[in-house]
Design a protein around this ligand. Structure first.
Ligand SMILES: [Zn+2]
Length: 304
């Protein structure tokens, strides 16, 4: 991988020299690794910047490897925004090899207080990388992103700050809606027949959870013990919904739900989105508001 990066870099640099400097009126270029930061940058910067998301819609996040044109994009951009966790180890070497004084780099994990990954018994503790799943964290990330954009494009500062203020208000409304749903909930536990990249979300709202796998485990087949635990857990709280993630086949959730008479429903971690949703311009806020309704149904409402 390192060798490939070096070879491609040499190619890029040559191409860059031949191509000459960018035109003066070119928009600042912002390259984002995956969807959450892409959507946040779009909300704050609008069309003031040229914005690129490296991960393809519908693609599996954790097996991403940069294509040559992705490496060129990172090499030549004004601001690169990535997660900074385990899935982004490919980026560390690349960034070190393509250090530019005039390129800003922002890691989401540097913007928020971190939580340790679950299910890593005995090994060195790793921090969970899905920081954006908590709207409170999204607020911190958006503020840091705004500062970075103002840095690379001071002429746009007024626009960025105004858009950020409006977006923070939207996130505040979303946060209040989740809090209200949890406060009036008949239950305080969610059942996930899937991976569980929602640690920050659950932690923020004081939710308990049972999940087939912690974090974004690469496992796909739960053990019999895990299935039993999920089915017992779902039956015990009479869970109306067993949840699964976007871009998942939902098979584990269905298997659990069939045993307990529950329904299944998608709950968005906003990790990635389908090509159709991408083309429709669906946003983090769109997905999260759907989550508000799903959570209300999953928790039920206390009788007065
Ligand atoms: Zn993940």
């Amino acid at each position: 991988m390192k060798k490939l990066i070096c070879a491609l870099l040499a190619l890029c640099l040559t191409a860059g020299l031949l191509g000459g400097a960018l035109a003066e009126d070119e928009k600042p270029s912002v390259v984002t690794a995956i969807y959450p930061q892409y959507d946040f940058a779009r909300a704050i910067a609008g069309d003031r910047v040229s914005l690129k998301m490296l991960l393809k819609p519908g693609a599996e996040v954790h097996t991403y490897e940069p294509a040559p044109q992705d490496i060129m994009a990172i090499d030549g951009c004004d601001l690169f925004v990535y997660g900074g966790g385990e899935s982004d180890q490919w980026a560390e070497g690349l960034l070190a090899a393509t250090g530019h004084e005039d390129r800003r780099v922002l890691a989401l994990m540097d913007c928020v207080p971190l939580l340790e990954e679950e299910g890593e018994d005995g090994e060195e503790a790793e921090y969970d990388e899905h920081v954006w799943t908590s709207p409170k964290n999204a607020m911190l990330i958006v503020q840091a992103l705004c500062d970075a954009l103002c840095d690379i494009d001071p002429a746009g500062e007024e626009t960025y700050r105004a858009n950020t203020a409006a977006y923070l208000e939207e996130l505040t409304r979303l946060d209040e809606a989740f809090r209200a749903v949890v406060a009036s909930g008949e239950r305080d536990t969610i059942i996930f027949g899937d991976r569980f990249p929602l640690l920050y979300f659950a932690h923020e709202y004081g939710l308990n959870y049972l999940a087939a796998f912690p974090g974004c485990s690469t496992e796909t087949e739960p053990s019999a013990a895990t299935m039993t635990e999920l089915i017992r857990g779902a039956a015990k709280i009479k869970a109306p919904l067993v949840l699964y993630l976007e871009l998942s086949n939902g098979a584990i959730a269905r298997a659990v739900a069939e045993q307990t008479g529950a329904d299944t429903h998608v709950f968005y971690a906003c990790h990635n989105l389908t090509q159709d949703d991408f083309e429709a311009g669906k946003t983090y806020l769109d997905f999260m508001w759907e989550n508000v309704d799903t959570l209300r149904e999953a928790l039920g409402e206390k009788a007065d």
